[in-house]
Design a protein around this ligand. Structure first.
Ligand SMILES: O=C(O)CCC(=O)C(=O)O
Ligand SMILES: [Fe+2]
Length: 370
């Protein structure tokens, strides 16, 4: 595993000179990736050597057709009923698509039928926690350059919740993911197993062009109301077509929309480390300010501890995490690094002293409250 990067404070990142997305035929070394992409927070498309050895690439795709090997997927993954999360690409639900769950075998049957009849699909299997669902399957190995991953390390070590950020996406022609920036403003990497993905990426600091006065954000960049979002067309954007086997690194806070062309399977992780921690903190701080604004009228009725706790609870509900989560994630990594320095076993499964603290204490440590 590459060393844990510890750089927290960055010079302001500047995207004004970015005029395209780099493409690397050969996977970069970690130090090259850190210097040219992680730290400056820039996207890069990496050639298929990075994923060539994966079981997913060798067994999930039919070599004759280049399409998903539906029979093999059913045989290997549907020995028992499994419920998987799906989105209806033709049904908007607030800022996302309408979500539900369905049986994996049923999903594969429907998908194969669309594929056979060349009809567009609307059901997109997404955010499927593949490793958690099939821990012994070994579909892929996280590439070295993406291994310094504090989010998945922390969530995998947590005993209070059973969650992670390691996903598989499967969708037929026409399925898509609407315009968004990733959870907590984390990085993502997305490796394409088959089909083609069209990505449109927007560098950060243009959010004012995507939002109306009520803070509604563009949902589908291919259908934007010019009256509601009169300046959207001014936003700087880059489009790439990701081929099978290729992996895209999506930096923090870059808004994007993804369209699947043909039958597409991809594997992706959301992740963070010392190179984007400042961006995650910035995003959480801005979410917290929004919560504070929303319930400002209740502030007078509470003492300070009660106020902090209420804001943290709402932050956790709205954003999926709070100060304690962030603090405990950093502490878990700190404890693991210390164990490694002492030459102790720090592998996953080893118990780590997590130094749990609550939001009130952390808010004071961070200097938010007296
Ligand atoms: O593949 C998709 O549909 C969405 C993937 C995505 O948004 C990501 O990897 O950040
Ligand atoms: Fe995303």
């Amino acid at each position: 595993m590459p060393p844990t990067s510890t750089r927290l404070l960055h010079a302001t990142r500047d995207y004004s000179a970015v005029n395209g997305i780099d493409s690397l035929d050969t996977p970069p070394t970690y130090s090259h990736f850190l210097k040219h992409y992680l730290e400056p927070n820039l996207p890069v498309l990496i050639g298929p050597a990075l994923t060539a050895q994966w079981r997913a690439r060798q067994q999930w795709v039919s070599p004759q057709t280049g399409k998903p090997n539906f029979a093999q997927l059913r045989e290997q993954l549907c020995t028992e009923p499994v419920q998987v999360p799906v989105a209806d690409c033709q049904c908007k639900d607030f800022t996302d698509q309408k979500r539900s769950t369905m049986d994996l075998q049923e999903f594969l049957d429907e998908w194969e039928e669309h594929s056979r009849t060349n009809t567009p699909s609307r059901t997109y299997l997404k955010d499927f926690h593949f490793v958690k669902t099939f821990p012994a399957y070994g579909a892929y190995e996280t590439p070295d350059i993406f291994c310094d991953d504090w989010m998945n390390e922390f969530w995998t070590r947590r005993t209070d919740v059973d969650d992670d950020y390691r996903f598989v996406y499967c969708g037929g022609d026409g399925t898509f993911t609407p315009f968004h920036a990733d959870v907590y403003r984390s990085y993502s990497w997305s490796a394409n197993i088959c089909g083609v993905k069209k990505w449109t990426l927007f560098p950060p600091n243009q959010e004012h062009l995507f939002q109306d006065q009520l803070h509604n954000t563009v949902y589908d960049i291919e259908n934007v109301d010019p009256i509601q979002f009169p300046n959207f067309h001014k936003a700087k954007r880059f489009t790439i077509y990701q081929q099978p086997g290729h992996t895209l690194f999506v930096p923090s806070g870059w808004w994007h929309q993804v369209h699947n062309i043909g039958d597409t399977i991809s594997i992706n992780h959301n992740w963070c480390n010392g190179s984007n921690l400042d961006l995650l903190v910035e995003s959480m701080t801005s979410d917290l300010k929004e919560v504070e604004r929303e319930i400002d009228h209740l502030k007078e009725m509470m003492d300070q501890d009660e106020w902090i706790e209420t804001c943290q609870k709402l932050l956790l509900l709205n954003s999926g995490w709070d100060w304690s989560t962030l603090w405990n994630m950093c502490n878990t990594i700190r404890a693991r690094v210390k164990m490694q320095q002492l030459g102790e076993d720090a592998s996953l499964g080893t118990s780590i002293d997590m130094l749990l603290q609550d939001g009130v204490e952390i808010g004071r440590c961070l200097g938010f409250y007296p």
